[in-house]
Design a protein around this ligand. Structure first.
Ligand SMILES: Nc1ncnc2c1ncn2[C@@H]1O[C@H](COP(=O)(O)OP(=O)(O)OP(=O)(O)O)[C@@H](O)[C@H]1O
Ligand SMILES: O=C(O)c1ccc[n+]([C@@H]2O[C@H](COP(=O)([O-])O)[C@@H](O)[C@H]2O)c1
Length: 203
């Protein structure tokens, strides 16, 4: 008798971030991981309250959500989820992945994160459970060294993405200084920042 094989599972990428604002570094990372890991879809999940950034002012969740929708709208492989925003309270990735699992029981989850975030992962809540919920993919980010800080090797991979030295903090301070963010973020996001007068005062 041949070996029993189950139905082939969908491969769902999960790109979590504060996205204040979303920029081309995020989009290139998601696109590159989707290609290298043969993902069927990447869902961007803007955080509700990023608890490790509680010392910083963060723009309203609806603005961050809408900018992420604008930035991803033209890519049929990309979507945006409101789960972390609608849950309320501080955002923990264990909740994000548990909820996404419940909604996508036909899929394996791949959580995409930057080298800086991956290096901090042992400070996140319920780290042990995290690795049972998804495979973690750390992407290169200029200025951050890609090293495995003692994470389970079978649950973590590293991917080199074309280096884009863009950060949301830099975009915010450029807007506050009256400098352009054209081509650092998608055109629609530039227009949205202007329309909503975001980041006019640095903070
Ligand atoms: N240029 C980039 N290249 C690769 N990964 C990135 C890049 N910018 C952000 N990331 C990753 O995307 C995820 C979400 O990032 P986040 O929304 O916090 O943006 P950020 O640019 O890091 O923001 P901030 O500058 O405000 O800290 C994180 O895991 C981060 O490491
Ligand atoms: O689960 C946690 O405790 C946790 C702590 C810090 C960050 N995260 C997640 O890591 C992703 C990137 O976060 P940030 O703050 O760098 O935008 C985002 O999805 C966060 O919800 C998760």
């Amino acid at each position: 008798m041949g070996e029993q094989t189950g139905p082939v599972k969908r491969r769902l990428g999960v790109m979590g971030g504060t996205f204040d604002p979303v920029h081309h570094g995020h989009l290139v990372a998601a696109s590159e991981v989707a290609s290298q890991f043969h993902l069927d879809e990447v869902v961007f999940v803007p955080t509700g309250q990023p608890w490790q950034k509680s010392h910083k002012a963060v723009s309203p969740a609806e603005d961050r959500y809408l900018m992420t929708v604008i930035a991803t709208a033209s890519n049929p492989q990309f979507s945006v989820s409101r789960i972390d925003i609608d849950r309320g309270g501080p955002t923990y990735t264990t909740d994000t992945l548990r909820d996404l699992r419940a909604l996508n029981d036909d899929a394996d989850l791949f959580f995409i994160t930057g080298a800086d975030a991956l290096a901090q992962i042992l400070t996140w809540r319920d780290t042990d459970e995290l690795f049972s919920l998804a495979h973690f993919i750390g992407v290169t980010r200029p200025g951050h060294i890609l090293a495995n800080p003692g994470l389970p090797e079978d649950r973590v991979s590293f991917v080199e993405v074309p280096a884009l030295a863009i950060s949301s903090s830099d975009c915010r301070s450029r807007v506050a200084e009256g400098e352009p963010v054209w081509y650092l973020v998608p055109d629609g996001v530039v227009r949205y920042i202007d329309k909503r007068k975001l980041y006019r005062h640095s903070g």
